[in-house]
Design a protein around this ligand. Structure first.
Ligand code: BTN
Length: 254
């Protein structure tokens, strides 16, 4: 097993999240699947679950999430959560992770971190009802070192392109405390205050894009609740659903 800074993460996060625990497993099907199982069984204490290897990693829209043990960071954070409005949560998470890791990381609506036109990381947001409250499970996969394209149209980006000495443990220690603070701020204030910060990293803004449900237009940026504003031939449309994927129409595919 690699060396993980579990204690340092715990020391930084426990004052913000009482009852917080950190677990590192050599292997599991999926950290998000495991935290969802625990939530359904009533185990809702705030938990960071890190896996060195996932045998059934999941991405958005039912896609698999491939990661190479040792070259990736795969983890999920589960916690009780009650925001006034859930819209834009995945954007807030992506923004926090990008800000923690490097100024040159871009954000591709709704859930991806990009570097130089390629995907660096993905975010999977899920919620379970546990008793009388909602349990949030945020799953994040980050490519730390380069890995082969494995059937993807473009090879993924790696964090070491921007931060050559990065390890999975360094990245996790750097991003966790700000992520927890960002979640707590979002719970109170929602997405609106983050909109200008997202704009500064928005890789789609100004580009022609195509959504998976067939809408085509120019990306105009985001609305105050995090909807993607598109200028289509039929006029302006807001794309709300996180159940769609978006890619630049001319240029590299996602
Ligand atoms: C996406 O880009 O489609 C989201 C990818 C999310 C992957 C992470 S890896 C840790 C956690 N466990 C999973 O099975 N998925 C998330």
């Amino acid at each position: 097993m690699s060396i993980w800074p579990a204690e340092s993460i715990w020391e930084a996060v426990a004052p913000l999240l009482p009852g917080f625990t950190v677990e590192v497993l050599p292997e599991i099907d999926s950290t998000s699947t495991e935290l969802m199982r625990r939530a359904r069984a009533g185990r809702t204490e705030p938990t960071l679950l890190v896996a060195e290897r996932q045998t059934a990693g999941r991405g958005r829209l039912g896609r698999p999430w491939q990661s190479a043990a040792g070259d990736s960071l795969t983890f999920s954070l589960g916690l009780p959560y009650a925001p006034r409005d859930w819209s834009g949560l995945s954007l807030a998470v992506g923004l926090s992770v990008a800000e923690s890791l490097h100024p040159d990381i871009g954000l591709k609506w709704p859930n991806d971190l990009w570097v130089k036109e390629r995907k660096l990381a993905g975010i999977l947001i899920e919620a379970a009802t546990a008793g009388d409250h909602s349990q949030l499970v945020i799953g994040i996969g980050i490519n730390i070192r380069p890995r082969p394209a494995e059937g993807l149209s473009t090879p993924p980006a790696a964090l070491t392109e921007l931060w050559p000495a990065a390890t999975a443990g360094d990245a996790l220690l750097r991003l966790m405390p700000p992520l927890v603070r960002a979640l707590q701020a979002f719970e109170q204030k929602g997405f609106a205050p983050l909109q200008p910060l997202f704009d500064a990293r928005d890789v789609l803004r100004g580009r022609e894009v195509l959504t998976s449900d067939g809408l085509q237009g120019q990306a105009l940026g985001l609305g105050p609740t995090g909807a993607l504003r598109l200028l289509t031939a039929q006029g302006e449309r807001d794309v709300h659903s996180s159940e769609v994927s978006v890619r630049p129409f001319k240029g590299n595919a996602s």
